[in-house]
Design a protein around this ligand. Structure first.
Ligand SMILES: Cc1ncc(C[n+]2csc(CCOP(=O)(O)OP(=O)(O)O)c2C)c(N)n1
Ligand SMILES: [Mg+2]
Length: 334
């Protein structure tokens, strides 16, 4: 069986943790307003919220380089914000407006940014994992020194394309980190109803890949574990598969009332393992940050999210002439 690598303790500064706290609050607030806009039919189509999982996006993005390649599935608003997308860019994309990060033509599931080395945004469950593999291959081929970080869900872990990607990454010792966000549900099906194994990092065992599972509620834990995995992959030792245990607070998408949860399950998770509250505890206990300072951050983020909402609401629709832009490669034949 493949070994876990040592996860070293790391010193976190007050400024780092304050920044991560701010990012997690930003993700939650932007998504709460997105939920409101959805019910007002200002956002249409699919909309999958990330609320409850914020620590994973924020801790992971902090642990890798700006030039590393990232790819995820369709639950990505939080990922884009953590990677450096602005609240305005994300909200405008959700509203289908031209000022959105993908010019209003991608929408909730298809946000991507070359500048941010963030490649989406992908609706076919597990279908993006071979793309993450491809970017890891490109980094090895070009000797770029960068890695690829691929997020996928516990449901996606059952897909053949995921297993094939793990196999190839391990065979060629590619600089890749595969991160399974185990939020305990695949649509309305709980993990123990859809999988015999409940530690998805064990998908790595069959190919001999270094792997481990960890609790991913605390942003500092996420940072430490992803950093250890990224350092390992970057050093040329081969890929890693991680599983982060998390929990989603909302339904699968905006149209899911999530009636399948056990009674009290959601409340218990919120009370014991909310990423924002855990970071607030650390800020108070380890750095003496006051409740007033934390409340001030929330007010600032509230204003930023509301500004993004108003901006998106008033922004122009994409140009009708641009309807077919980015659909086909520009033709060069006469
Ligand atoms: C190939 C394929 N099969 C089925 C679906 C329908 N579907 C959409 S999301 C989903 C559940 C995926 O769950 P998980 O990977 O745990 O991600 P999460 O929604 O929890 O983030 C399914 C089955 C799909 N989009 N693509
Ligand atoms: Mg899931």
């Amino acid at each position: 069986m493949a070994d876990k690598v040592e996860v070293p303790e790391v010193e976190i500064t007050k400024e780092q943790l304050l920044g991560w706290y701010r990012q997690m609050v930003r993700i939650r607030r932007v998504e709460e307003l997105a939920a409101k806009a959805y019910t007002l039919r200002k956002i249409k189509g699919f909309c999958h919220l990330y609320i409850g999982q914020e620590a994973i996006a924020v801790g992971s993005h902090a642990a890798v380089d700006a030039k590393d390649d990232l790819i995820s599935a369709y639950r990505i608003h939080g990922q884009v914000l953590a990677r450096g997308g602005t609240a305005r860019e994300v909200m405008a994309e959700l509203f289908g407006k031209q000022a959105g990060i993908t010019k209003g033509i991608g929408g909730s599931m298809h946000m991507a940014s070359k500048k941010l080395h963030f490649w989406g945004g992908y609706g076919i469950v597990g279908g993006h994992v071979p793309l993450g593999l491809g970017s890891a291959f490109a980094h090895r081929y070009n000797e770029s020194g960068q890695i690829s970080l691929t997020f996928f869900g516990d449901g996606a872990a059952q897909q053949g394309a995921v297993y094939e990607s793990l196999h190839m990454a391990q065979l060629w010792k590619l600089p890749a980190v595969f991160f399974c966000e185990n939020n305990y549900y695949a649509m309305g099906t709980s993990l123990d109803r859809q999988s015999y194994l409940t530690d998805m990092s064990r998908r790595g065992d069959g190919v001999g890949m270094t792997r481990w599972q960890f609790n991913a509620f605390d942003v500092v834990d996420v940072y430490k574990n992803v950093k250890a995995a990224a350092d390992y992959a970057r050093s040329g030792k081969g890929p890693v598969i991680l599983e982060g245990v998390t929990y989603r607070y909302r339904g699968h998408s905006m149209s899911d009332p999530a009636k399948y949860r056990a009674e009290g399950e959601l409340e218990e998770k919120k009370q014991k393992s909310d990423g924002i509250e855990l970071a607030a505890d650390r800020l108070r206990d380890d750095f003496g940050v006051s409740d007033a300072d934390l409340a001030k951050i929330k007010v600032e983020i509230d204003e930023e999210a509301q500004d993004a909402y108003d901006f998106a609401d008033n922004a122009p629709e994409p140009d009708e002439d641009a309807l077919y832009d980015y659909v086909y490669a520009p033709a060069e034949v006469e």
